[in-house]
Design a protein around this ligand. Structure first.
Ligand SMILES: [Fe+2]
Ligand SMILES: [Fe+2]
Length: 219
């Protein structure tokens, strides 16, 4: 059922946007932050009410939403949101998606994580396909400043914060020299989100999902 819904959404977006890649990415990235914001809202409420004490989860999900925000800033800088119709589609999508996910996360958190795992997998494959089809052109285009600031010269604390599942990705430092490097880094970010969503569904997730900056892990 969940897979069917994802397939339907992907087919609709593909048919509507065709080769308007940056507009399609703009809509996808606007909506992509919503699950993390929904998880944060519910976990924050649980923590305020006194029956949730895993503050690492708040940090990791916030870092994921911060990462998706920068994906959005990057595609905005490429003109992705310049048409009003695309801005409206994404905003209406955000409104509905947020409340549905809050509700699903409250009654079935694993399903909410599974749904987003599938969305992140599609995001990974969409960027992968884009890189394969347009790689030569992308390598001739400059990287937007917002991408250089986020991946290279800015404060990387929150970037490290969502590399939560695989020790080999610790201290991941993407090289950003052109637009190809930017989309490669974004594709690899999506892969990290997939792994985090999988981890969140495991029975021992409450013990396993930790902030990479947790003093107990750093020792
Ligand atoms: Fe993204
Ligand atoms: Fe994503």
């Amino acid at each position: 059922m969940i897979r069917l819904l994802i397939n339907l959404l992907e087919f609709s977006l593909k048919s509507f946007y065709k080769d308007r890649w940056f507009a399609r990415f703009y809509v996808l990235e606007t909506v992509a932050r919503v699950p993390y914001f929904a998880y944060l809202s519910v976990l924050h409420l649980y923590e305020s009410l006194g029956y949730w004490h895993k503050s690492d989860w708040l940090k990791v999900h916030f870092a994921e939403s911060w990462n998706e925000l920068h994906h959005l800033r990057i595609v905005e800088s490429l003109g992705g949101g310049e048409h009003r119709i695309d801005r409206w589609i994404s905003r209406i999508g955000v409104l509905g998606y947020y409340w549905i996910l809050v509700f699903v996360y409250m009654i079935a958190p694993k399903s909410a994580y599974y749904f987003n795992q599938l969305v992140e997998e599609r995001a990974y494959h969409t960027y992968d396909k884009f890189l394969k089809e347009h790689g030569d052109w992308l390598k001739t285009q400059p990287a937007p400043q917002v991408a250089v600031d986020y991946y290279c010269t800015g404060d990387l604390y929150l970037f490290d914060e969502f590399q939560s599942t695989n020790s080999s990705t610790k201290n991941r430092r993407p090289k950003i020299e052109n637009l190809y490097d930017v989309f490669l880094a974004m594709r690899n970010d999506e892969k990290e989100h997939v792994e985090t969503m999988k981890l969140c569904q495991q029975p021992d997730a409450q013990e396993k999902l930790r902030s990479p900056h947790n003093p107990e892990l750093i020792g």
